[in-house]
Design a protein around this ligand. Structure first.
Ligand SMILES: Cc1cc2nc3c(=O)[nH]c(=O)nc-3n(C[C@H](O)[C@H](O)[C@H](O)COP(=O)(O)O)c2cc1C
Length: 365
């Protein structure tokens, strides 16, 4: 089943494998994508990854949250991205640009000393206190995401993925912990999701309906039951309601993830060393999949074909998304297909966060 093709939106994918968005530390200082990114994505395409999702690309200069992160905030990025998509499209893979604003987790600098967020909730991880966005700023943010998607289309990406997870701006809005607004952008689930549904509506208007829009969303902020913030964050059943609203807005696939920075170690768990520890957001994706008709993509610690098969068969997901496995073994799919390996070799140590460029730094015997 994992090798079966599937159509999501209007995209015919050769199999069920997705390379989940992975910040590569390979752009120039100003966000310009480099040929190193082209090398990396071409390698994945050569190795039969059905859908490649790029590292997160910031839609406004103040929305950056890591070094050497790729940008999409200016038309000058269209041409270098076009070179990259052209290389991927020599193969059967599709490539989608993930677009983001860092929100309360954005980097601070002399130019952008205070991050923006839906509400003034101190970031317990960095101790930074963000500033509340005004209504005109929210409207301008919707336009910034829309312009980013229009650029992505001009660069021949097969779609965009809105990053609504991991504590960045759009996930700040859907979370009742980071969004305490009392206007039309906060409060009810519908209000908290409004910035996303408005972005979807505007992208559809500007790209004439046919450009695929995917979402990676937090199903949970991930505060543990023992934490002082237990119960304050996003969780079920709200995430299911949000998924339904996204489907209604015209989003064509939802990737289920979780965790925000200050919940600590929730998104990219370490020590996934048994099938029981794999697919750590599967209960959420199963709930969401039961409530929507669009394809559901699951990410988070998936390592073995046995687990992948169970996820597809048991209604937990339609597609299997992985980040660290493809860092460690870009040729994971052909190796699995040919029977050379029984599971991924990734030990989930997180040494792949390498500021010189993402790579597997674990020393195997
Ligand atoms: C080096 C690295 C960079 C990442 N960058 C992004 C990113 O840009 N956008 C995103 O949505 N998730 C990002 N993630 C999270 C992954 O997409 C994924 O959700 C997480 O690693 C769990 O999946 P895995 O167990 O298959 O690695 C990153 C993960 C790693 C290891």
């Amino acid at each position: 089943m994992i090798f079966d093709p599937i159509t999501i939106c209007n995209l015919e994918l050769q199999n069920r494998f997705v390379r989940s968005a992975t910040h590569e530390f390979m752009a120039e200082e100003d966000g310009t994508p480099t040929s190193r990114l082209g090398d990396l994505y071409e390698e994945l395409a050569k190795n039969e990854v059905g859908l490649i999702i790029t590292g997160y690309s910031y839609v406004l200069p103040g929305g950056q949250s890591d070094n050497l992160q790729q940008g999409i905030y200016d038309d000058r990025f269209i041409e270098p991205y076009r070179k990259i998509t052209e290389r991927v499209h020599r193969y059967r893979s599709k490539i989608v640009l993930q677009i983001v604003h860092g929100g309360r987790q954005a980097d601070t600098s002399d130019e952008y000393p205070i991050p923006i967020a839906p509400s003034v909730i101190k970031n317990g991880h960095s101790s930074v206190v963000p500033r509340e966005m005004t209504e005109p700023e929210i409207l301008e943010m919707i336009e910034a995401f829309t312009r980013a998607a229009v650029r992505a289309k001009a660069a021949n990406f097969d779609g965009v993925q809105l990053h609504c997870a991991h504590g960045f701006l759009l996930s700040n809005f859907i979370s009742p912990y980071t969004n305490t607004r009392t206007d039309r952008w906060g409060g009810s689930v519908e209000n908290r999701a409004r910035i996303i549904t408005e972005i979807v509506r505007r992208i559809k208007e500007e790209t004439r309906e046919d450009f695929p829009i995917l979402v990676k969303m937090n199903a949970t902020d991930g505060f543990s039951p023992n934490s002082s913030k237990a119960g304050l964050g996003l969780d079920a059943p709200d995430c299911v309601e949000i998924a339904k609203l996204l489907e209604k807005a015209g989003v064509c696939a939802i990737e289920v993830s979780g965790g925000i920075g200050e919940a600590g170690g929730v998104t990219i768990r370490t020590a996934i060393n048994s099938p029981a520890k794999e697919a750590y957001f599967k209960n959420y994706s199963k709930m969401i999949k039961a409530a929507v008709h669009i394809p559901v993509i699951l990410v988070g610690g998936i390592r073995s074909p046995y687990v992948m098969g169970c996820l597809l068969e048991n209604g937990c997901a339609d597609l299997i998304s992985m980040s660290r496995v493809f860092i460690s073994e870009p040729d994971f799919i052909p190796k699995l297909k040919s029977g050379k390996i029984k599971k991924a070799r990734c030990v989930s140590c997180n040494l792949c966060f390498d500021p010189k460029g993402v790579r597997c730094n674990f020393e195997f015997d």
